[in-house]
Design a protein around this ligand. Structure first.
Ligand code: RP5
Length: 212
C-alpha cells in the first residue's frame, strides 16, 4: 500500500501489512468524521524495522501528535514505536492470526513499565476506538474537534434510545414471538430446586439453614 498523506496530518496511522487495512479503515473513518488530518502507511516492526525507527523518531518534528499502530500476530509494532518516541501511541491488535488476535492483544498491551501503549480491543471495534481516542487527544487543544466528539456522543445516545423504543414496540405487539430478537430471548423459566425436589419426593422440600 502506498502511503496516504493529508495536507497537515496530526495523526499517523501505521499498520504491519496492507492486509490490516480492512480493520484499520475503521480508524480512518472516525478521523474523517471528526475532521482530523492523518497520514497512513505500512511499516512492520519485523519486516521493515528501519522504516519503523525512522518514522517514530521523525514523527514529532513533522507535526504528528498521536500515532495509531495496528498489527497482528506477534504484534510488536506499537511497542517498538513507543520505545522511540514520547508521542502517545495507540495500539490496535489485529485478528489476523489463527489465535484470532489474542496473541496481538498480549503483545501490544503487555508493555513494561515506563513505555505505555494505549491498547484498544481486538479488531474493527478496536480500530474504531483508536480513531475516536486519537481525536479525543487532539481535541484537548482543538475546540472544533471537541465539539464534534460531543455531537458524536449525543448521536450515539439517541441511536440507543431508538433501539430501546423499537424493542418496546416489538414486545408490546402480539406478533412478538415471530421477531428474531424475541425468539432468541429469555429461556423458559427454570423450576426452582425446591419445587423440583418437592415434586420428586412428594413432600416438602428441605429448607437450607445453618448446620446443626
Ligand atoms: C503482521 O502480520 C501484520 O500486521 C499482519 O496482521 C500479519 C500478516 O501480514 P501479511 O502476511 O498479510 O503481510 O505483521
Amino acid at each position: 500500500m502506498k502511503g496516504v498523506r493529508m495536507s497537515k496530518p496530526v495523526v499517523g496511522i501505521l499498520m504491519g501489512s496492507d492486509s490490516d487495512l480492512p480493520v484499520m479503515q475503521e480508524a480512518v473513518a472516525m478521523l474523517q468524521e471528526f475532521g482530523v488530518d492523518y497520514e497512513m502507511t505500512v511499516a512492520s516492526a519485523h519486516r521493515t524495522p528501519k522504516k519503523v525507527l525512522e518514522y517514530s523518531v521523525g514523527a514529532e518534528k513533522r507535526g504528528i501528535k498521536v500515532i495509531i499502530a495496528g498489527a497482528g500476530w506477534a504484534a510488536h509494532l506499537a511497542g517498538v514505536i513507543a520505545s522511540h518516541t514520547t508521542l502517545p501511541v495507540i495500539g490496535v491488535p489485529i485478528d489476523s492470526s489463527p489465535l484470532r488476535g489474542l496473541d496481538a492483544l498480549l503483545a501490544t498491551a503487555q508493555m513494561p513499565g515506563g513505555v505505555p501503549v494505549a491498547t484498544m480491543s481486538i479488531g474493527k471495534p478496536g480500530a474504531k476506538n483508536a480513531g475516536v481516542f486519537a481525536a479525543q487527544i487532539i481535541a484537548t487543544s482543538d475546540v472544533k474537534i471537541a465539539n464534534r466528539l460531543k455531537v458524536f456522543r449525543v448521536e450515539m445516545e439517541r441511536e440507543v434510545e431508538e433501539k430501546a423504543k423499537r424493542l418496546l414496540a416489538i414486545s408490546a405487539a402480539p406478533a412478538m414471538k415471530e421477531h428474531p430478537v424475541a425468539e432468541a430471548g429469555a429461556p423458559a423459566k427454570k423450576k426452582s430446586r425446591r419445587r423440583r425436589w418437592k415434586k420428586k419426593s412428594g413432600g416438602a422440600a428441605p429448607v437450607q439453614g445453618p448446620a446443626a
